[in-house]
Design a protein around this ligand. Sequence first.
Ligand SMILES: Cc1cc2nc3c(=O)[nH]c(=O)nc-3n(C[C@H](O)[C@H](O)[C@H](O)COP(=O)(O)OP(=O)(O)OC[C@H]3O[C@@H](n4cnc5c(N)ncnc54)[C@H](O)[C@@H]3O)c2cc1C
Length: 406
Amino acid sequence: MSDSDHEILVAGTGPAGLIAALALAAHGYRVVLAGPVPSGRDRRTVALMRPSLDYLEPLGFLDGLMGETAPLQAMRLVDATGRLIRSPTVTFHAGEIGQDHFGLNIPNARLTEELAGAVRRNPAITWRESLVDSWECGADRVVATLADGARVEAKLAVAADGRQSPARQAAGISARIRALPQSALVLNFAHTREHGFVSTEFHTESGPCTQVPLPGMRSSLVWVVRPEEADAFVKLNDAALSIRVEERLQSLLGQVTVEPGRQIYPLSTLMPDRFGHNRVALIGEAAHVFPPISAQGLNLGVRDVEDLVAVADTHRDDPGSAAALSRYDRRRRPDILARSNSVNLLNASLLSGLLPAQIARSAGLGIIGGFAPLRAFFMREGMRPGSGFSALFSLRGKDRPAGSHW
Ligand SMILES: Cc1cc2nc3c(=O)[nH]c(=O)nc-3n(C[C@H](O)[C@H](O)[C@H](O)COP(=O)(O)OP(=O)(O)OC[C@H]3O[C@@H](n4cnc5c(N)ncnc54)[C@H](O)[C@@H]3O)c2cc1C
């Protein structure tokens, strides 16, 4: 079989591209995956929610990660803005919606390593460890010329090639990109108090500072700060940074010891005009970028893959046709817009010094925090769109969240 016989080309070997290749292969497609072997240098962790894990489980790579993940049994939001109007602390427990945990916190480097292993073992996937150099998006086929000189033809190209996405540009899909006045400091740390599998998100004037449990007495941290603060953090030694982190966490976890290997991620937002066009479908950060609040990005990427595979299955003869891509666009649009807008709004309300924005944020969290059915609704919606609504309309006695008056 030559490469031109392959039905689907996936460009990009971050988590979204690797997951897409595995999911498409599981549905019987022949796939060429183009992109380098993941470097293993990503120090981030990713909180994958239960619906994402349920979707990924049959792809056969999660078992290898189990000793290195921590369950998220509760999520706490703390208003640490020091502003005039502040929200009450709100804690969501997975037990309130009948679950033992919301999801798992997984080190990114290990996630991509296990995904890459599963891709290699899959005979339906041909992995070319090379970047795509150029694209031709034709009426019947898309042709990619790789940096190693190979030409790959396919009916559908899946753009999983990140926020710059050369595939998106080649397909003529324009995107609104906005650099934010924020950077994320990413690190892992040990602590002297148990985290109890609770993740705490401190909302500050520069953005959220989120601690997420890891196995043992360790946690990961994503601290969103102004770029100049990030530059200053980079210059601190580990001992000095440990003190800053402990102060930021209000000593919630006792003494902090930052592990070597901190990283800085400049933040931006990105929204394309459409999610599929000219035989190219966008997934992952090629399709949406927003600040790291409430662990949404890759969970949204998993739902991109889920919808992409479902649409391809209904257009089996030509999954890259205009009809298939406009269906994909219609399916993804509400979910991506809703998530992007809510995260961007929350982020903007943190940065805003305006009183109305602070009142709205505070009142919103106060209402959610104090009203059990609304809490349950938001917890379900946070894990998967639509699940809060379906629970509202189909709740039977045995499913009622503890403390609910439904
Ligand atoms: C600080 C931080 C914390 C986060 N925490 C969470 C979280 O807890 N939960 C969550 O759900 N999300 C989280 N996210 C979001 C999540 O990390 C991203 O959604 C995810 O990493 C995006 O994966 P991707 O595969 O789309 O993109 P990338 O990981 O950027 O991968 C793009 C790939 O494309 C490849 N590529 C580029 N150009 C080409 C080319 N020409 N040809 C072939 N390949 C190419 C690159 O080599 C790369 O491998 C976080 C993000 C940040 C910044």
